[in-house]
Design a protein around this ligand. Structure first.
Ligand SMILES: [Fe+2]
Length: 451
């Protein structure tokens, strides 16, 4: 019998076997006293045996990791599976309360986690309803925003600091095959607007962008593949026959009649860094883009192409997208100062690709879009940094005046640290290193949720 290697089950992508709680974590350096709250991160952590020949990274059972900071101390670390129907059954526990949507959405949301409307939410795309968690990360219930969400949600809602709303582009497999939905959630946590947007072929739309005028729909060439679905595999695949385009939906529209579809490059984007409008009405989308996705590697995102840092400038009059390469290296999991959301940003922060034996992430990058400079921060031999979460310093106004919270995997010690970096002194000494009691597997997205 041959063993089939699956990149997404090996190295630091391998799951951890259990849930633990640790208190009073070891800290080197000084945690800024104003950081009072929780750093949270969601990602796949399969329960039990999975088939390495067909296991897809995106379908692993969700597990949230958290570190609570207060008064310059790291009070606790916790990791908890998000208990959807699948996880509750596997763990021999009762199913969670709350409403479901599509069958695909019966798993515990595994993609992102954050705070909104006074609650902690685990989120996923493709038909999943968000799950509320306690402060200590235990599952409460599926929550469709109090019965106001018509179908599935997304892992990447965009918070508009001007209106305090969440904006999302959502799709629901297999219930909605001919349209996606633009959904707005008001500050009190109830859906205030839904616009059906007709889109052919059922594309995988992972994220969206938001500007003062537009919700941006990424209709790119990764679409549902019925053959894969019939095999009960992850059902999305590269589709060279699906034309790439970007849709600019006016935020004031109640229907999709006014959407402006613009040709886009035949590439795939999971994540934009940020987006804004220029004085002459163009829409700038800074993105991490792949030449192909799920074309040869059907088990995850990194086998086909390296995600590069690119600028897409969309012209709503010519209905064209101009593309420029910002940096050729591996850039993913982009973040920015939340204060510049929807407005022109100067800085972006990204996780890099493999260096020095780290098997997925390596350096952390800070990109200065004004100067075109990309600065690399290494975390030491065998150490790689995941998604860098930016937290503004209280009372500061400069865009990079704040901290980056970076989950660093140490392949030598087979352990992880939460590292705090001064974003202005980007390559300087660590502000603090919080030693976690275990390895945190490679995963997806997190957030800083202040108390
Ligand atoms: Fe994502």
């Amino acid at each position: 019998m041959t063993t089939i290697e699956n990149l997404y089950l090996s190295g630091n992508a391998a799951p951890v076997p259990d849930e633990i709680t640790a208190e009073n974590l070891m800290v080197t350096g000084t945690i800024p006293a104003e950081l009072e709250g929780r750093w949270l991160r969601n990602g796949p952590n399969p329960i039990g045996e999975v088939d390495p020949a067909t296991h897809h990274w995106f379908t692993g059972n969700g597990m949230v990791h958290g570190v609570r900071l207060r008064g310059g101390r790291a009070e606790w670390y916790r990791n908890r599976w998000v208990r959807g129907d699948r996880e509750a059954e596997a763990l021999g526990e009762p199913a969670p309360p709350g409403p479901r949507r599509s069958e695909f959405g019966s798993a515990g949301p595994n993609t992102s986690v954050g705070g909104f409307a006074g609650k902690t939410w685990a989120m996923v795309e493709a038909g999943g309803v968000p799950m509320t968690l306690t402060y200590e990360l235990d599952t409460i219930a599926y929550d469709d925003f109090g019965g106001t969400l018509p179908n599935g949600f997304t892992a990447h809602p965009k918070f508009d600091p001007a209106t305090r709303e969440l904006h999302a582009v959502c799709y629901t497999w297999p219930d909605l095959v001919d349209h996606v939905q633009y959904v707005v959630v008001g500050p009190e946590g109830r859906v205030t607007k839904v616009v059906d947007v007709p889109v052919p072929d059922m594309p995988m739309i992972h994220d969206m962008s938001l500007t003062p005028s537009y919700a941006v729909v990424y209709d790119l060439p990764v679409t549902v593949d019925i053959e894969l679905a019939m095999q009960e595999r992850f059902p999305f695949r590269w589709n060279p026959d699906h034309p790439a385009r970007v849709g600019l939906l006016p935020r004031t529209s109640d229907t999709a009649d006014d959407i402006i579809w613009c040709d886009a490059p035949m590439r795939y984007v999971y994540h934009p860094v940020n987006a804004y409008e220029t004085d002459d009405g163009q829409v700038v989308l800074d993105v991490c883009a792949y030449d192909a996705m799920f074309r040869d590697d059907l088990n995850g995102p990194f086998g086909d192409a390296t995600p590069t840092l690119d600028r897409w400038t969309v012209d709503p009059v010519a209905r064209l997208t101009k593309t420029e390469r910002v940096d050729d290296r591996f850039h993913e999991f982009p973040r920015h100062d939340p204060r510049v959301a929807t407005r022109r940003h100067r800085f972006g922060y990204t996780a890099g690709g493999p260096v020095d034996g780290s098997d997925l992430h390596g350096a952390t990058y800070k990109t200065d879009y004004d100067t075109g400079t990309v600065t690399e921060r290494r975390h030491g031999p065998g150490r790689g940094g995941a998604e860098p979460v930016f937290v503004p310093r209280q009372g500061s106004t400069a865009e990079d005046d704040g901290w980056l919270l970076v989950l660093v995997h140490d392949a030598n010690a087979d352990r992880s640290d939460l590292v705090i970096v001064d974003a202005i002194d980007f390559t300087g000494a660590e502000v603090a290193r919080i030693e976690l009691p275990r390895r945190v597997p490679h995963g997806f997205h997190g957030a800083w949720v202040p108390d």
